[in-house]
Design a protein around this ligand. Structure first.
Ligand code: HEC
Length: 157
């Protein structure tokens, strides 16, 4: 039995090592162009910026932080996938390339996702406990995003 366990452990060990050579996702961030960044287009108060930086920017900007475990497969594959998909849906670093209508829609989505509690992603929170949003953070983000999308759409209340 003991031998069997050792053999199994060896196979898993070899498997994990082998995984490291299969595919190495690219962990370099695209260059940052301040002229099209969210903060140069819309008013982002410091407290809102702090929440976005802490809880969203790793997947929704070009300024992703890549801790050591993001270099180790299979975590590296999952993280790279989330970052790629996250940026495709919403990227604060290229905000200025969105039309005004799209910006307003994205702001509404931010408010909706945060309100539902579906962002940040659950898996991310397991490793980044500090990214969890407090009720006050959620209220602040929703209030900010809601007011901005209204003003972008030229609505009056
Ligand atoms: C671990 C990566 C990750 C983090 C952190 C994260 N997101 Fe996301 N987000 C994604 C991915 C992946 C998608 C696309 C798939 C989906 O909707 O689940 C997405 C989708 C979205 C969308 C939908 C955009 C669209 O056009 O469909 C919004 C809005 C959003 N996120 C807001 C946020 C906000 C606000 C935060 C911070 C409070 C945040 N996200 C944190 C990965 C992340």
């Amino acid at each position: 039995m003991k031998t069997l366990l050792k053999v199994a452990a060896l196979f898993i060990g070899v498997g994990v090592v082998a995984m490291q050579f299969i595919a190495r996702p690219d962990r370099t961030n695209p260059p940052e162009d301040a002229r099209v960044a969210l903060s140069s287009r819309l008013r982002v108060p410091d407290d809102v910026q702090a929440v976005l930086d802490r809880s969203c920017s790793d997947c929704h900007s070009n300024t992703t932080r890549w801790p050591w475990y993001t270099a180790v497969a299979p975590a590296s594959w999952i993280v790279a996938d989330h970052v790629e998909e996250g940026r495709r849906h919403l990227n604060f670093s290229v905000w200025g390339t969105y039309s005004v209508k799209r910006q307003a829609a994205k702001l509404e989505m931010i408010s909706a996702e945060v309100d539902k509690g579906s962002m940040p992603l659950k898996g991310y929170l397991m490793l980044h406990g500090d990214a969890a949003l407090s009720e006050a953070d959620k209220d602040r983000l929703c209030e900010w995003a809601g007011a901005l999308s209204d003003s972008l759409l030229g609505r009056t209340e």
